[in-house]
Design a binder for this molecule. Structure first.
Ligand SMILES: NC(=O)c1ccc[n+]([C@@H]2O[C@H](COP(=O)([O-])OP(=O)(O)OC[C@H]3O[C@@H](n4cnc5c(N)ncnc54)[C@H](O)[C@@H]3O)[C@@H](O)[C@H]2O)c1
Ligand SMILES: O=P(O)(O)OC[C@H](O)CO
Length: 412
C-alpha cells in the first residue's frame, strides 16, 4: 500500500474511531428492518440544523424546511440555518424595500427572517417560514440530531472547532461540501474531517446540482452516501432510526430526486475534483475552441477523477464516478453552467486573474476549484504523482502562471 493510500485510510479510521468512542447498545442505525420496528415506538422527532447559508446552503435549507413540514411525524418543523453574519444593504429595487426599514445596511440574518429570502446569496427565491436564520452557530446546532454541513470548504475546520462539545453526542451529519482537506499528513474527505473533529458520523451529499436551478425547483437528482459503522453513540430509542430511508425523507423532493448509496469517498471526491476539471473546461471555452475540445477535457477529467479515487481511497468505487449523479452528471453540469467554469472562461476572455473575476462577478460566493486545484497538487507533488494526473496538474500550473491554456491539448 502506498503511503498516501495509507494516510487516507488512517484518516478514515481515525474518523470512525472518534465516532465510536461510546459502546454499542443496539444494532447499527443503518438497519432498515429495525427502522420499521422503531418507527412505531418513537415519541420524539428529529431536529434539523443546517450550517451554512450561501447559494447552495440556502437552496438545501429550503428543501429541508419543505420536508420537515411534509414529514412532521419524524421531524420537528423548525429548521435552524446558521448564517455567517454580515451587513447587507437591500437594494431599493427589491419588492419589499421600505425606506423606513431598509435605508441603511441590516444584518443579513434579520433580513432572511423578515423577508423569508436570502437576499444576498439566493435572491428571488422564497424560503419556507419554518426556516429560521440564526447568526449564532452554537444556538443553531443546539439539540439538533441531524446536522447538515454546507459551507465553502475553507471554513469547515474553524466551524467544527466552534461547535465541538456543543452538539448532541448521538447526532448524525451529512456534508454537502465539495472539496478535500489537504494537510501535511495527507488528504481527508470533509465528511471524515467533520466526523473526526466532532466525534460523530458524517455522510456526504453531492450531485449535478447548480444551486439556483434546484432552488427554482427545476428537476435534478443527487447522490447521498451514508455508511455508518455499527459502533456509534446510540441514538435514543425515542427517536426515529437514522438510516437511508430517513435521509431520503429529509432530502428527496419531487424536483430533487435522491439516490442513496454507501460510497462516501467516491461521492465526496466526485464533487471536489470535478471543480478542477470545470476550470479546464472554462479555460477551453474562453479560448473559443468549441464543444469538441471541451468534451475531450471532460473525458480525460472523469478518468483522472476516478483514478484519483481508486488510487488513494480504499473504499472508493469506480461505478460511483460513471453511474451516479455525483460523478459524470455533476461533471457535465459544472462544465456547462457552474461558477468555476464561468469564472475560468471570463478570466481567459478578459486576460485577468481568476481571483479578480471571482471577486467581481460572484458577489461574495466562493470558487472551490481554484483552492482544490492547489490542494490536490500539493498532495500529488508530495507523492511524486503529478505525471499520473496531467490535466489536474496543468490546471494548477495555469492558475500559478507556470503553464498556458494552450498547453491543455498536450495532456489530452
Ligand atoms: N452554489 C452551488 O451551485 C453549489 C452546488 C452544489 C454544491 N456546492 C458546494 O456547496 C458548498 C457551499 O457553497 P455555497 O454555494 O453554499 O456557498 P457560497 O459560494 O455561496 O459562499 C458564500 C458563503 O460563505 C460564507 N462565508 C464567507 N466568509 C465566511 C467565513 N469566514 N466563515 C464562514 N462562512 C463564511 C458566506 O456567508 C456565504 O454563506 C461548497 O463546497 C460548494 O462547492 C455549491
Ligand atoms: O458553481 P460551481 O462551479 O461551484 O458548481 C456548482 C455545483 O457543484 C454543480 O453541481
Amino acid at each position: 500500500m502506498s503511503s498516501s493510500r495509507a494516510v487516507a485510510r488512517l484518516s478514515r479510521v481515525a474518523g470512525h474511531l472518534a465516532a465510536s468512542s461510546k459502546p454499542i447498545s443496539r444494532p447499527s442505525s443503518s438497519s432498515s428492518s429495525s427502522a420499521t420496528a422503531k418507527m412505531t415506538a418513537t415519541t420524539r422527532k428529529h431536529k434539523v440544523a443546517i450550517i451554512g447559508s450561501g447559494n447552495w446552503g440556502s437552496a438545501i435549507a429550503k428543501i429541508l424546511a419543505e420536508n420537515t413540514t411534509q414529514h412532521g411525524d419524524v421531524f420537528e418543523s423548525e429548521v435552524r440555518m446558521w448564517v455567517f453574519e454580515e451587513d447587507y444593504q437591500l437594494p431599493s429595487s427589491h419588492p419589499s424595500y421600505s425606506p423606513a426599514e431598509h435605508s441603511s445596511p441590516r444584518k443579513l440574518s434579520e433580513l432572511v427572517n423578515q423577508l423569508h429570502e436570502n437576499v444576498k446569496y439566493l435572491p428571488g427565491v422564497p424560503l419556507p417560514p419554518n426556516l429560521v436564520a440564526d447568526p449564532s452557530i452554537v444556538s443553531a446546532v443546539k439539540d439538533a440530531s441531524l446536522l447538515i454541513f454546507n459551507v465553502p470548504h475553507q471554513f469547515v475546520s474553524k466551524i467544527c472547532d466552534q461547535i465541538d462539545g456543543k452538539i448532541l453526542p448521538y447526532a448524525r451529519a451529512i456534508s454537502c461540501i465539495k472539496g478535500v482537506d489537504v494537510s501535511p499528513e495527507g488528504i481527508s474527505l470533509f465528511s471524515d474531517v467533520i466526523g473526526r473533529k466532532l466525534g460523530i458520523y458524517c455522510g456526504a451529499l453531492s450531485g449535478a446540482n447548480i444551486a439556483t436551478e434546484v432552488a427554482l425547483e427545476k428537476f435534478s437528482e443527487t447522490t447521498i452516501a451514508y455508511d455508518p459503522p455499527g459502533t456509534l453513540t446510540p441514538v435514543p430509542e425515542e427517536l426515529p432510526v437514522i438510516n437511508h430511508d430517513l435521509w431520503k425523507k429529509l432530502f428527496h423532493r419531487p424536483y430533487f430526486h435522491v439516490s442513496m448509496i454507501h460510497d462516501v469517498a467516491g461521492t465526496s471526491l466526485g464533487g471536489a475534483l470535478k471543480n478542477v476539471v470545470a476550470l479546464a473546461a472554462g479555460f477551453v471555452d474562453g479560448m473559443g475552441w468549441g464543444d469538441n475540445a471541451k468534451a475531450a477535457v471532460m473525458r480525460v477529467g472523469i478518468l483522472e477523477m476516478r483514478k484519483f479515487g481508486l488510487m488513494f481511497f480504499d473504499s472508493c468505487k469506480s461505478e460511483t464516478f460513471t453511474e451516479e449523479s455525483c460523478g459524470v452528471a455533476d461533471l457535465i453540469t459544472s462544465c456547462a453552467g457552474g461558477r468555476n467554469h464561468r469564472c475560468a472562461k471570463l478570466s481567459v476572455e478578459q486576460k485577468r486573474p481568476i481571483e479578480e473575476i471571482e471577486g467581481e462577478v460572484l458577489n461574495g460566493q466562493k470558487l472551490q476549484g481554484t483552492l482544490t486545484a492547489k490542494e490536490v497538487n500539493e498532495f500529488l507533488k508530495a507523492r511524486g504523482k503529478e505525471n499520473d494526473f496531467p490535466l489536474m496538474t496543468v490546471v494548477y500550473k495555469i492558475l500559478m502562471g507556470e503553464a498556458n491554456v494552450e498547453d491543455i491539448p498536450s495532456v489530452i
